[in-house]
Design a protein around this ligand. Structure first.
Ligand SMILES: Nc1ncnc2c1ncn2[C@@H]1O[C@H](COP(=O)(O)OP(=O)(O)OP(=O)(O)O)[C@@H](O)[C@H]1O
Ligand SMILES: [Mg+2]
Length: 297
C-alpha cells in the first residue's frame, strides 16, 4: 500500500483506531461512500468533520430528517417566493434560476476542490430515500427539473453516511458503499478521547471517572447505556464542580448526565448492591449529589 493510500489517520481532536482509518482510506481511494454505524455518541458525525479537517477539504453537511426527500440534497425550488414576487414584487419571475438553491449534495458537486459530504442519519428518512439517492451518488450528476440545468460533480466528493440502524438500508444501496461499524471504545481509547477534550484533566480524576463509567456500562439490561459523549460531559461537570476523585469511590455525582432513565438508575443501583460495593450513600450531600439517584456506588 502506498503513502497516498494512508492519507487519513484521525486528527489531534479525533481519535481513530486502525480499522476506522483503513475504512476511511479505502472508501476514499475507491471513491465509494463510507457508511458508518455504531452506538450513539461513538463519533459518527464527528468523523466527517475530522476527515475534512485531516484531508484539508471543505465539509458539506446534510442532516436528514423524517421528511427529507432525496431531491432536497440536490436543490430546492422556492415556488412560494416566485409566486409572491409575481403578485407583489418587482423581480422578473421568468428567470426561474433565481428561485433555485443548491442543497448540500449540489454544493459539494459544484465545489472547485474535492470536498467531504456528510449525509447524517440516513435512517431517519423514508425507506425510499436511499434508493432515490442511488443515481445521484453513482452518476455524480443531476438535472434541475425547473431549469434543465445539469449539475455535475467537478470532483467526486468523499461521502460519509451515518446511520443509527433505525431502519434497514436497501441491498442495492449497501452494495455501493464501504461499511464500517464503530465499536464502542475500550478503556484505553476512552481515556485518549477524554484527554482530547480535557487535556488538563487530573490523572486520578480521569481514572476514577473511567472506572465508574465502565462499571455503569457493564450493568446488564440498561435501556440506554451511557455513551462517550456523556462521559466527556460528565468529566466536564466533575471538573467544574471540583469533585475530589476519592469521592467517586462512594458517590456518583451528577448521575443524570450519564443515566437518562429511571429504571436504568434502579438497575444500576441494584447491580452496585449485588457487587458488594454497598455502604452509606454519598450522593446526598452538597452540589455534587446525583440528585434522586443515590443507591448505587
Ligand atoms: N473518536 C473520538 N474522538 C474524539 N471525540 C469523540 C470520539 N468519539 C466520540 N467523541 C465525542 O463524542 C461526541 C459525540 O460524537 P458524535 O456526535 O459524532 O456521535 P454520533 O455517533 O454521531 O452520535 P449520534 O448517533 O447520537 O448522532 C463528540 O462531540 C465528541 O465529544
Ligand atoms: Mg451523529
Amino acid at each position: 500500500m502506498t503513502d497516498s493510500f494512508h492519507r487519513w489517520n484521525g486528527t489531534d481532536s479525533y481519535i481513530a483506531d486502525d480499522a476506522l482509518a483503513a475504512a476511511v482510506n479505502v472508501a476514499t481511494a475507491l471513491q465509494r461512500p463510507l457508511l458508518v454505524k455504531g452506538e450513539p455518541g461513538t463519533g459518527k458525525t464527528l468523523l466527517a468533520h475530522a476527515i475534512a479537517e485531516g484531508l484539508g477539504m471543505e465539509l458539506f453537511t446534510w442532516h436528514v430528517k423524517s421528511t427529507t426527500r432525496a431531491q432536497d440534497g440536490c436543490w430546492v425550488y422556492d415556488a412560494v417566493a416566485r409566486l409572491q414576487d409575481s403578485r407583489f414584487g418587482d423581480r422578473d419571475v421568468r428567470d426561474v434560476s433565481q428561485y433555485i438553491e443548491l442543497g448540500p449534495l449540489g454544493r459539494a458537486f459544484s465545489s472547485d476542490q474535492r470536498a467531504v459530504l456528510l449525509i447524517d442519519e440516513i435512517d431517519k428518512a423514508d425507506i425510499e430515500f436511499p434508493n432515490d439517492l442511488l443515481h445521484e451518488l453513482d452518476a455524480m450528476r443531476f438535472v434541475i427539473t425547473e431549469t434543465g440545468e445539469e449539475v455535475k460533480a467537478k470532483h467526486r466528493p468523499v461521502v460519509i453516511i451515518t446511520s443509527n440502524a433505525e431502519k434497514e438500508l436497501p441491498d442495492a444501496f449497501l452494495r455501493r458503499c464501504v461499511f464500517h461499524y464503530i465499536d464502542f471504545p475500550d478503556e484505553d481509547r476512552l481515556a485518549q478521547i477524554c484527554r482530547v477534550h480535557h487535556p488538563e484533566v487530573d490523572d486520578k480524576l480521569l481514572a476514577a471517572a473511567l472506572r465508574r463509567f465502565m462499571a455503569l456500562r457493564s450493568v446488564k439490561h440498561l435501556r440506554k447505556k451511557p455513551t462517550t459523549s456523556e462521559l466527556v460531559d460528565w468529566i466536564s461537570g466533575l471538573r467544574l464542580a471540583g469533585i475530589d476523585p476519592e469521592k467517586l469511590q462512594t458517590t456518583l455525582p451528577f448521575a443524570g448526565v450519564l443515566l437518562k432513565d429511571e429504571s436504568d438508575a434502579q438497575k444500576a443501583a441494584k447491580a452496585g448492591a449485588a457487587d458488594g460495593s454497598g455502604g452509606e450513600s454519598g450522593g446526598g450531600s452538597g452540589s455534587a449529589s446525583g440528585g434522586g439517584w443515590r443507591g448505587w456506588r
